[in-house]
Ligand binder design. Sequence first.
Ligand code: ZN
Length: 381
Amino acid sequence: MMRPMKLGGEQIMFGQGCLEHLKTLSGKKACIVTGGNSMERSGILKKSESFLREAGMDVSVFTGVESDPTFQTVQRGATWMLKEKPDWIVGLGGGSAMDAAKAMWIFYEHPELKTMEDIMPPNEFPVLRKKAFLCCIPSTAGTASEVSRSIVISDNETGMKHGLGNMEMMPDVAICDPEVTVTLPAKITAETGMDAITHDLEALVSNRANSLSDILALGSFEMLVHNLPQVYEDLNNIRLREEVLKGAMIAGLAFTNVSLGIIHSMAHTIGGHFNIAHGLADAIILPYIIKYNRQSDYAVKKYKLAEDRLDGEPIENIIERMNAHMSIPDSFQSLIAEDDYMSALDELVAEAQIDGCTKTSPVIPDALGFKDLFIQIYYGE
Ligand SMILES: [Zn+2]
C-alpha cells in the first residue's frame, strides 16, 4: 500500500522577494541558525532579522554551523535555545544550517533526550511544536531541507553520518527566495544543483514512486537540466537562480516522500570517510548508477519518461555532459588517494548496504556488487 504524501509544511513560498514573508510570522522570539558568514556578508542575515523584528519578534542569532553539522554543535544550539526560549526557529543557509536547526529544535523541545540514538529507530520519534515552529530559508539550491523530513548529522568520534527522516521534522514554513542564493559561488552552485538532479532521478526510479512523485520529479528534472548549466555561466541572473531554486525545492517534495537509492547510500559513505561534498559525490556517482539500473525494466521505463521530456537522448549522456561543462570530475581518482580508498572499501560497502536509501533502489546490489561499483566509480571504468 502507498505511503501518505506530504507536500511541505503549512506554507511554501517561492519567487524573488519572498523573504519578506518573514514579516507575517506571528510570535515573540525568533532564533536564527546559520552557517559561516556568507549570509552576513550578503546582507541577507540583517534583512531577515529586520523582517522578523517588523513581525514584532525579538531575534537572536546562532552562527558557525560547520559544513557537516556535528552532534556537538546541535547540543550547543539546543542549550542556547533553552535559554533564549524561541517560539520560531529559523534555519538560514545551506543544507547544513537547516539540518542543524531541525536537530537543535528536537533537543530544545525535548531536553530529556541526550543522544542521536535517543531519536533514531527503534526509539520513537518525539512530538515537536510544543515550544516552537520551524521556518527554513535555503541559500543553496540542492538539499531541499526546507521541504524535507530528513537531517544528516555527523558524529565527531566515529566519523559516521547519521541520516534520519521523520515527517514531524517537515519545516512549517519554507521560503525560497532566489536573492538568498545569488552570491553562491559557481562550484557550489554546480554541486548542489547536481544533488537536486540526483534527487529527481532517484525518486523517479524509487520502488516507492507514485504518479504524484513522478510528476514532481520529472518537472523538476526538466527545469534543472534547462537552467543549471546556464546559471553556472551567469551566476547573478536572478531569473535562472529562481528556476534552479524552485527545481531543487520540487525535487525535495518528490524525494522526501518516496526516498532515494544507492547513489545517495554511496555518496553518504564516501562523504563521511573522505570529506567529499555531498553534491559532488552524487554528481560523480550518478551516471554510473543510471547505467547499472538499466538492468531493471522498471528503471528503463522510468528513465524514458525523463528522456521523452528532453530530446530522447539517454540521460546518462546528458548528466555526463553537464558534469563536464561544470568541471565536475568523472571519477573519484583525482579526489581521494588510492590507498586510502581501497583500504576503506569493506567499510564503504558495509555502510552503503545498511544506508536507509538502499532499500528503495530499483536494483539492490549485494556486497560484491557494491564493491564492484565502488571500484568502478573510483577508476572511472
Ligand atoms: Zn542529496
